[in-house]
Design a binder for this molecule. Structure first.
Ligand SMILES: Nc1nc2c(c(=O)[nH]1)N[C@H]1C(S)=C(S)[C@@H](COP(=O)(O)O)O[C@H]1N2
Ligand SMILES: [Mo]
Length: 201
């Protein structure tokens, strides 16, 4: 009788890394596409990224200008409210710390807005100090349109609906103004570690 192979072990939901999956999540190996509408295909020559709202002066970058901003490569776990999580996703993009550097504001929140009309709200504290990026590559390739290309928000420590695809700008706001899913009953902040799925969680 063959000895029990040491390599044979049950695959756990968390891939053998206890504590890495937030509560109620399962490990996904593919990369599901979740879009509330059709995939926009913006023309890069007309693309811009804008910061407006409660700011001393709105600022805007063309695609070319955006590409010349300092970029970072980050590898993060992501967590969708529909319960899939994906480990070690690698993105390249511009930190929101760079985009918000020098912005003079009283705002405590922002609304990210997108081609196609999607919006999502975030506290400024959740997108500063190395917690959020506008990403334009995924696994070393230009970001697929289905996954938000040419550029999407990446806020990996919150549920993935906060990572707005086809993002075109941020409107800074004094009050927290609910975005698309948040108006439909999803949580205003969406911390997967606290299972903040729906309003009131
Ligand atoms: N503009 C836009 N951004 C969006 C969405 C959307 O419908 N439109 N869906 C959100 C949701 S619910 C999730 S889980 C992720 C899915 O990203 P993916 O399609 O790259 O997996 O994008 C988020 N960002
Ligand atoms: Mo989602």
């Amino acid at each position: 009788m063959a000895p029990i192979s040491r390599g044979f072990r049950r695959r756990h939901a968390d891939d053998g890394e206890p504590g890495r999956l937030p509560p109620g999540q399962y490990l996904e190996r593919g990369f599901p596409v979740l879009s509330a509408g059709p995939t926009p295909r913006p023309n890069l020559s007309a693309w811009s990224f804008t910061i407006d709202g409660d700011v001393d002066q709105p600022r805007s970058w063309s695609w070319e200008e955006f590409q010349s901003l300092p970029r970072e490569t980050v590898t993060k776990d992501i967590h969708c409210v529909t319960k899939w999580s994906k480990f070690d996703t690698t993105w390249e993009g511009v930190s929101l710390d760079v985009l918000l550097d020098g912005v003079d504001t009283e705002a405590g929140y922002l609304t990210a807005y997108c081609d196609g009309g999607y919006t999502t709200n975030l506290p400024l504290d959740d997108v500063t100090d190395g917690k959020a990026w506008v990403a334009y590559t995924y696994e070393g390739e230009p970001l697929d349109p289905e996954h938000g290309g040419p550029a999407r928000l990446l806020v990996p420590h919150l549920y993935f609906w906060k990572s707005a695809k086809w993002v075109r700008g941020l409107t800074l706001t004094i009050e927290d103004e609910l975005g698309f899913w948040e108006q439909l009953g999803y949580h205003e902040r969406g911390d997967p570690w606290r299972e903040q799925r729906y309003a009131g969680d």
